[in-house]
Design a protein around this ligand. Structure first.
Ligand SMILES: Cc1ncc(COP(=O)(O)O)c(C=O)c1O
Length: 403
């Protein structure tokens, strides 16, 4: 019966996410998983959030449980505007729209800017969830390579001229999936190109506050002002479960985002916004970020050291300065997708890199999350992975006659 229903073209086109299927297997408790994008749950500020919940319900229960403004809870928006303005970005609460995670920010960007067939410029590789969000609106992608300094800026001008994109989407800080940070030089040049061609930049920034070494780089928003729409989230710096993120944009664009969001969900959870505001308003946020940075920095160090020690020299990887992920490149011809089965039988897992490419995938790549597992598990997991790669990549290459 249901098979006779006529679904939209959009619904037919949306493939179920292969990565979700993989994560179902890789998140089994017996597996050392470097696959998920999860922050470390043992670092969640559970007690403080519990206290904030009680306080909100006792003092403001009637408001916190009620419908509220589409733009979001004003004190939380003011808090974010002030915080984001610290690096010279000029923002007031009118420039902030609270979203249901930055994933909703991405969906709204798609809804606001993309018509079927319009072009979008993305980094190669890029955040898989952004591709999923944009895909619903039927874009074509123009991809731009990345190197250790971020987007290959010499390709961007040509990409804009050729495809006249609706926007350029980048993750400039500790990119998901590669861990790469865009250099200051590249940021300036990217903003200049956006100004020259009047193309908006979507600056997706969930990891910017999670720097473990090196110097902060000025944000694209602080360099590009109204040409830049920045997406942010509490997911990786407090917890993802309340699903709170935000869009920072000019007032003019905000009106469009607001109308689009109204049709989607009226507003983000009032209760979640009250609770998180109660938690952040007393200065808890900086303290908490320092605490998780310390733990994540140690875990990143352990993973980098284990990679040096156990991985064969034909395999290369990025050396991030922050964030959650690093990116591994296997020798040409190796398939990270095929090797995943072998890894899982050794009870260790990763995400094959091919899912992060908008057009042509490179199946000899993979993403590792260095934040969710304990230091001991990280070392053990990398040892197991090294064994899987050493045993199987050599066999593949010999059988392919590469040697
Ligand atoms: C680059 C990037 N953007 C957006 C998101 C979505 O985050 P959330 O919806 O939890 O705020 C993620 C999550 O992993 C991400 O890595």
């Amino acid at each position: 019966m249901i098979l006779n229903w006529i679904f939209s073209e959009r619904a037919w086109k949306m493939k179920s996410s292969a990565i979700r299927e993989i994560l179902k297997i890789t998140e089994r408790p017996e597996i050392i998983s470097f696959a998920g994008g999860l922050p470390a749950p043992e670092l969640f500020p559970i007690e403080e959030i519990k206290e904030a919940c009680v306080k909100v319900l006792e003092q403001n229960g009637d408001k916190a449980l009620q419908y509220s403004l589409t733009m979001g809870y004003p004190p939380l928006r003011k808090f974010l505007a002030d915080r984001l303005s610290k690096d010279g970005t000029k923002l007031t609460e009118e420039n902030i729209l609270i979203t249901c995670g930055s994933q909703q920010g991405l969906d709204l960007v798609g809804k606001v800017f993309i018509d079927p067939g319009s072009f979008v410029v993305v980094e190669d590789p890029t955040y898989l969830g952004a591709l999923q969000a944009f895909n619903a609106y039927g874009p074509h992608y123009t991809t731009v390579d990345m190197d250790q300094n971020g987007i290959a800026i010499d390709q961007v001008g040509e990409a804009i001229r050729k495809s006249k994109p609706r926007f350029i989407y980048v993750v400039p800080n500790f990119q998901n999936p590669s861990g790469i940070t865009m250099s200051f030089e590249r940021r300036k040049l990217l903003v200049e190109l956006a100004q020259e061609y009047y193309v908006p930049i979507i600056d997706d920034n969930p990891y910017g506050e999670l720097r473990y070494r090196g110097e902060d780089v000025p944000s694209l928003k602080s360099l590009g002002g109204d040409l830049v729409i920045q997406l942010g989230t509490f997911s990786k710096i407090i917890l993802p479960g309340t699903r709170l993120g935000w869009i920072a944009a000019s007032k003019e664009v905000m009106g469009v985002f607001e109308r689009m969001k109204q049709g989607t969900d009226l507003h983000t959870s009032t209760l979640a916004q009250y609770v998180i505001y109660e938690y952040v308003k007393e200065g808890n946020l900086d303290r908490h970020i320092e605490k998780i940075k310390e733990a994540y920095a140690r875990r990143m160090k352990v993973m980098l050291k284990a990679l040096e020690e156990y991985f064969p020299e034909e395999i290369t990887w990025t050396r991030p300065e922050g964030g959650l992920f690093l990116w591994v490149e296997l020798p040409e011809g190796a398939s990270a997708t095929e090797l995943l089965d072998k890894a899982i039988s050794e009870k260790v897992a990763y995400v094959p890199g091919k899912f992060f490419f908008a057009r042509e995938d490179k199946d000899n790549t993979l993403r590792l999350n260095f934040c969710t597992m304990s230091e001991e598990m990280i070392e053990e997991g990398i040892k197991r992975l090294a064994r899987v790669f050493k045993e199987n990549i050599r066999i593949r290459q010999i059988s392919a006659g590469i040697r």
